[in-house]
Design a protein around this ligand. Structure first.
Ligand code: F6P
Length: 548
């Protein structure tokens, strides 16, 4: 069925309303309403969202919620939680919410309650994690497995890595966790360099067990194991797999007993909650992994049941629509004031850009409105000494999320207080900026003459009125980290519904993979006739440099 959000009456109203809001300055909005900070703050699942520093009025929020209703967001949320086929191009539901459905409410797919298989897999993960801890599942010489190496890429790497990094303070004593993802041989070489073959467990995490990088790296790791004296029959002690493809994993030498299932109704970028999280569940301990799932479930329940106006993912998603479709903003920054969350922007890049980087609707019709933004970011305060210049004085509008725990896992002197001061200072600068009059006063107070001050002033003026969200929580506990990631997953879903795209397929990444395979052949046999002159030239150079 044809869908065009720009035809909706609320979209048209918002277009009109934008002309009223565009000239307003956040500075004035705050001055006119002393309660704005409190009024535009929401809590759920241990997370507090202060969205007061956005270029919105009550009317804007009203209209945005109207758009969500007119675009049938409540119906779409219901459809996802009921397990309806919302990933239409692949004819599947999208049920990452089932993986953390701690209420155990039945979710039926094809007449079967999938909670049975979800729970059985979680039980298998728990007993495996416990067997590794106890030494019941040990290396080939009987030593306990202490270093876990996750071999996987994309969603089989980025989300799991955010979880293990974010929850470093909860790691079990005596365990280490490493990741191999890239096809660049440096990745596997550097990781394997320090491994002990007797105490290392490789987890090959690949939904398809067909991803080039993962298969090549798994083979390289197995080769390394053999070079260290390991025997083929000992592969089963050191390699396990998480996959939907049992046949391919068996061919690799992995014991069926040590395979953990995945399902096609879980997208790669939404899979950290599944057995793809096996490595994290070992290093964190299964109870902690379950707390992560519980936090995500609490956010799911909030998303499923809270009214749109009080719904964190809905507010975040609709604010994004406001900026991307009405203000023309092209990117969104995720700025984490928590070293442990440094990889969150990378994970959200995949979640958001692989989900909503689409140019056709669910019905296959070309869109003529903007869809997924560019997601970028990093840790504060490091970013302040780099790209924040553009945030404050650049020509582009870059909405940003500032994320920070109120308490640190590592209190050092007054570091955390300084970190929080910077977290707030940056947001204040985005909001208030610095007017020409303020700059002039400042320069004159420093003793500059009028003409000298006038010459310098334009360089020091900061326009302000740059929108941001403040996302805080007491401490980055497993529950909070689960809720935080789930909140962003749902934000992406909200936007996908408004834009009418399928947020759960990723055909765009397929073409590059296919072409890469054919170039690989050409690098070996030197046949360049079918290529453009640039590709052919670079193929020749590579062959020469590597004596092929
Ligand atoms: O990049 C495409 C993609 O399919 C991602 O969606 C996925 O997370 C990644 O590749 C890895 O896939 P797999 O788990 O099947 O190896």
């Amino acid at each position: 069925m044809s869908y065009n959000p720009t035809d909706l009456s609320t979209w048209k109203k918002l277009t009109e309303h934008h002309t009223t809001v565009e000239p307003l300055h956040l500075r004035d909005l705050f001055r006119e309403d002393s309660q704005r900070g409190e009024r535009y703050t929401l809590q759920a699942a241990g997370i507090e969202l202060d969205y007061s520093k956005n270029r919105v009025t009550d009317e804007t929020l009203n209209e945005l919620m109207g758009l969500a209703r007119e675009a049938k967001l409540p119906e779409a949320i219901k459809a996802m939680f009921e397990g309806q086929v919302i990933n239409r191009s692949e004819n599947r539901p999208a049920l990452h919410i089932a993986l953390r459905n701690r209420s155990n409410r039945a979710i039926n797919v094809g007449g079967e309650n999938i909670m049975d298989t979800v729970n059985a897999t979680l039980a298998k993960m728990r007993s495996f994690a416990e067997a590794v801890h106890s030494g019941e599942f040990a290396g080939h010489t009987g030593k306990k497995l202490r270093t876990i190496v996750n071999i996987g890429i994309g969603g089989s790497f980025l989300g799991p890595k955010v979880v293990s990094d974010a929850l470093k303070p909860y790691w079990q004593d005596g365990y280490d966790l490493k990741y191999i993802a890239n096809i660049d041989g440096t990745d596997v070489t550097e990781v394997c360099k320090d491994l002990d073959p007797e105490t290392t467990l490789f987890i090959v995490a690949s939904k398809s067990f067909g991803t080039l990088e993962t298969l090549k790296n798994a083979k390289a790791a197995r080769e390394w194991f053999f070079q260290q004296g390991g025997k083929p029959e000992q592969v089963r002690n050191h390699f396990v797999a998480v996959s939907t493809n049992i046949e391919a994993a068996t061919d690799f030498g992995i014991d069926q007993a040590n395979m953990f299932p995945m399902w096609d109704w879980v997208g790669g970028r939404y899979s950290l909650w599944s057995a793809i999280g096996l490595a994290q569940s070992i290093v964190l301990g299964f109870d902690t992994f379950e707390q992560l799932l519980s936090g995500a479930h609490t956010m799911d329940e909030h998303f499923r049941t809270a009214g749109l106006e009080h719904n964190l993912p809905v507010i975040l998603g609709m604010l994004g629509v406001w900026y991307h479709n009405f203000f023309g903003a092209e990117s969104h920054a995720v700025l984490t004031y928590d070293e442990y969350l440094k990889d969150l922007p990378n994970h959200l890049q995949q979640v958001d850009m692989e989900s909503n980087g689409k140019a056709v609707t669910q019905a296959g019709e070309a869109v003529d409105w903007q869809t997924g933004p560019i997601i970028w970011g990093g840790t504060g305060t490091n970013g302040q000494h780099a790209y924040h210049q553009l945030l404050h004085q650049g020509t582009r509008l870059n909405p940003a999320d500032f994320i920070m725990p109120l308490q640190s896992h590592n209190p050092v002197a007054d570091h955390h207080q300084w970190l929080f001061a910077n977290f707030l200072g940056q947001q204040q600068a985005m909001l208030e900026g610095k007017t020409e009059a303020e700059v002039m006063d400042e320069l004159k107070a420093k003793g500059l003459g009028d003409s000298e001050a006038r010459e310098l002033a334009p360089h020091k003026v900061i326009p302000g009125n740059r929108p941001c969200n403040a996302i805080t929580f007491e401490k980055a506990t497993p529950e909070v980290v689960g809720a935080l990631i789930a909140m962003y997953e749902h934000k992406v879903f909200v936007q996908g519904v408004i834009w009418g795209v399928n947020s759960f397929d990723q055909w765009g990444v397929e073409l590059g993979k296919v072409l890469g395979n054919s170039v690989f052949e050409a690098l070996g046999n030197g046949e360049t006739d079918d290529y453009d002159s640039s590709t052919a030239n670079l193929i020749r150079k590579f062959r020469k440099a590597n004596n092929i």
